[in-house]
Design a binder for this molecule. Structure first.
Ligand SMILES: NC(=O)c1ccc[n+]([C@@H]2O[C@H](COP(=O)([O-])OP(=O)(O)OC[C@H]3O[C@@H](n4cnc5c(N)ncnc54)[C@H](O)[C@@H]3O)[C@@H](O)[C@H]2O)c1
Length: 286
């Protein structure tokens, strides 16, 4: 299938996890890729972010699909770095058709002073996504498709208004919740230009963002330092279908559809890929 032949996609958080899977899937359908990733750790966080070797591996995997990829080390908190990566893509690949605002982090350390963990997470998960859209818009034309990665965490009650949730975790749920209305509100403004904007909302997904002690602790609050082995029996409780998590490629399939002309009249939607998680959890009021 070459649904994306001749198109160029810009993807954030592209070095590993879902971002990498999206790059490979979109390339397999014919798109060239421009991708950005921080490729360094954030000191206050309990789990490592990507490395330059991860980014190089994504580039290699895209090239194996017979497509071009420009991989840039950069931070979604910097609109200048985003703009410069996109400018490079425009110069070398000539156009921009698809934007995937995917980069994200979950809970920073719980003991950060004066809720600095809240600022850190929302700077990346909310403002980083908005920066990505802002830097991309000047280059988009009729038929373009923007996709933002939210989370079912933004749709569930109790994620932000519960003092038991760590500061960074509250910022995560809140950022993802705000992105839902951002998608609906901005999609209406973009529709007259025939540019589409949608949100995709994964449940537990098999990446580093899930497999770290902060998230394991949310599933096993009875243990101080729960391991993957401790969390595994509890992870399926999140979904209605009896699985612990989905795979990055399950999100990529939806991204490829929304990016392609198959989705040409789909805009302003927030779509869950959650194995029924929201069917068994009270949704948040917005
Ligand atoms: N894994 C899950 O269970 C899950 C569930 C729901 C939503 N999500 C969302 O999916 C998206 C992708 O995460 P993932 O699951 O692939 O996790 P991941 O940690 O494997 O990948 C996230 C990528 O974003 C990059 N990144 C982080 N901060 C950045 C910054 N400031 N600038 C540029 N790049 C940055 C990281 O280096 C990493 O490569 C995130 O938005 C996340 O919130 C994940």
């Amino acid at each position: 299938m070459e649904r994306l032949k001749g198109k160029v996609a810009f993807i954030t958080g592209v070095a590993r996890g879902q971002g990498r899977a999206h790059a490979v899937r979109l390339a397999s359908e014919g798109a060239d890729i421009v991708g950005i990733d921080i490729c360094e750790n954030i000191d206050s966080m309990n789990y490592p972010l990507s490395s330059e070797a991860d980014l190089a591996e994504t580039v290699k995997l895209v090239e194996q699909q017979g497509r071009k990829m420009i991989g840039v080390k950069g931070d979604v908190r910097s609109r200048e770095q985003l703009a410069s990566a996109i400018d490079r893509g425009m110069k070398e690949l000539g156009r921009l058709d698809i934007v995937v605002a995917n980069a994200g982090i979950i809970a920073g350390k719980a003991d950060t002073y004066m809720a600095s963990g809240f600022v850190e997470v929302s700077d990346i998960d909310l403002i980083g996504a908005m920066n990505t859209v802002a830097a991309s818009l000047p280059h988009l034309k009729e038929g373009a498709s923007i996709i933002i990665t939210g989370s079912t965490a933004g749709m569930m009650k109790g994620m932000t208004e519960n003092v038991g949730v760590a500061t960074g975790g509250a910022a995560y749920g809140w950022s993802k919740r705000i992105l839902i209305s951002y998608v609906e509100t901005l999609a209406l403004q973009l529709a007259p230009y025939m540019v589409r904007l949608n949100g995709v909302h994964p449940t537990n997904c098999n990446t580093h963002l899930l497999h770290n002690v902060d998230v394991y602790r949310a599933f096993r609050p009875d243990l101080e330092n729960p391991t993957r082995e401790d969390a595994m029996p509890v992870l399926p409780l999140m979904q209605a279908m009896p699985i612990p998590f989905i795979e990055p490629e399950d999100i990529s399939a939806l991204i490829a559809f929304l990016a392609s002309d198959d989705g040409r009249y789909i805009t302003g939607l927030n779509i869950r890929v959650d194995a029924g998680a929201l069917l068994k959890t009270p949704p948040t009021e917005r």
